[in-house]
Design a protein around this ligand. Sequence first.
Ligand code: SF4
Length: 144
Amino acid sequence: MTAKAKDIDQLWYKDGLRFTCTQCGRCCGGAPGFVWVNAKEISAMARAMDMDDETFCHKFVRQVGNRRSLTEYPDGDCIFLDPQTRHCMVYSARPIQCRTWPFWDSNLRTEEDWEDTCQSCPGAGKGKLHNIEKIETARKEKRV
Ligand code: SF4
């Protein structure tokens, strides 16, 4: 067994995890938080909204230290969570952080962390079985 295969074999979720999004919008709202975005992600969303990057940043991006995050409504909902439909308004161009949910470092650290995630996300722990390779690719794409 290679060192890499051995490392994977020791992960508590080595047999994969289930997740199918129900599109409830809960992960995009509620408590205030951050959706970290880089220049490439900003450009993709700006294009999807038919805007230039500068106008997009002015309207939808805030500076947090040396990083940038999408703005929120006062109740903590993401600015792109449609208040009526509860669907994402930039879904096809959504940032990596959104695309890799729920396979984040913070959700996978322990089985208890994953159970907490399943409590807050009705799609986690159910539905499609994602294999370890796919989970690890998502987890490492952006450390959240
Ligand atoms: S909370 Fe879970 S099920 Fe609901 S939209 Fe987010 S990922 Fe999908």
